[in-house]
Design a protein around this ligand. Sequence first.
Ligand SMILES: *[C@@H]1O[C@H](CO)[C@@H](O)[C@H](O)[C@H]1NC(C)=O
Ligand SMILES: *[C@@H]1O[C@H](CO)[C@@H](O)[C@H](O)[C@H]1NC(C)=O
Ligand SMILES: *[C@@H]1O[C@H](CO)[C@@H](O)[C@H](O)[C@H]1NC(C)=O
Ligand SMILES: [Fe+2]
Length: 251
Amino acid sequence: MRFLKPIVLLAISCYGQSLEDLPQMADNSTNTPVPASSEASKYVLPPLPYSYDALEPHISTQIMELHHKRHHQAYVNNLNSALDELQKLRGQANPDDTDLNWSRVFELEETVKFNKGGHINHSLFWKGLTPAGTPESTPQGELEKAIITHWGSIEAFKTTFYKSILQQVKGSGWGWLVCNIHTNKLAVATSKDQEAILAPDKPILGIDMWEHAYYLQYYNNKIAYLEAIWNVLNWKEANERYILCLPHSFK
Ligand SMILES: *[C@@H]1O[C@H](CO)[C@@H](O)[C@H](O)[C@H]1NC(C)=O
Ligand SMILES: *[C@@H]1O[C@H](CO)[C@@H](O)[C@H](O)[C@H]1NC(C)=O
Ligand SMILES: *[C@@H]1O[C@H](CO)[C@@H](O)[C@H](O)[C@H]1NC(C)=O
Ligand SMILES: [Fe+2]
């Protein structure tokens, strides 16, 4: 079974989301000193970059609080405890790995993948929103130009983007504007379940289409939610992500 180990490690480390946006690991988020040998780094819930009521009336305070403090926190907690258990399992295993419970390891890997995905997605999502009427909340910069070149107008892009979200995201999922780092082309993408946005695509704008993101305010009226969230998209942030996708920013 020894040959399986690299696959396990790879699966955990290769989630295909925008990695420079990964919220930082904090090893001193509590006052408890962490022994250096335990590698007990924890993911932490990043604070919102605005107050819970900042997106009113478009996204209600109640939704923001539940979404951030309950849903996002749960992804973080589940991620940390699955990582802890994996580390314990591996620590107990013999060098030949024959006594490792591989079905538990694979189960935990799925848990890590799902919750890390949720953590990354939501961290991107919060940063991708801003109070309505701020300078950030209107299309701008290179991204605005590229959208107009590609779709003809911002309005035409919005129509295409929302149409594919409404047609393609049936249950829980996300709507994305992505940029291909090789061709620098923009495209609309949707995802459901566990399918990630994979390289070479990088997320520029992301809209959470899970019911917890809108149901308490908009019930099953997804169009009303999409119309509302349009007012609070952070186009400055989106433009910065787009610029990082352009060739001159390769390192
Ligand atoms: C740890 O704490 C120090 C001092 O409070 C802070 O400057 C640093 O950013 C913290 N590190 C992390 C990873 O949170
Ligand atoms: C191994 O993991 C599986 C899946 O979680 C569990 O059902 C089983 O009881 C575990 N076996 C042992 C020996 O702990
Ligand atoms: C995270 O986003 C990916 C798309 O990049 C999606 O497929 C996945 O379902 C999302 N995970 C969660 C838990 O929202
Ligand atoms: Fe969500």
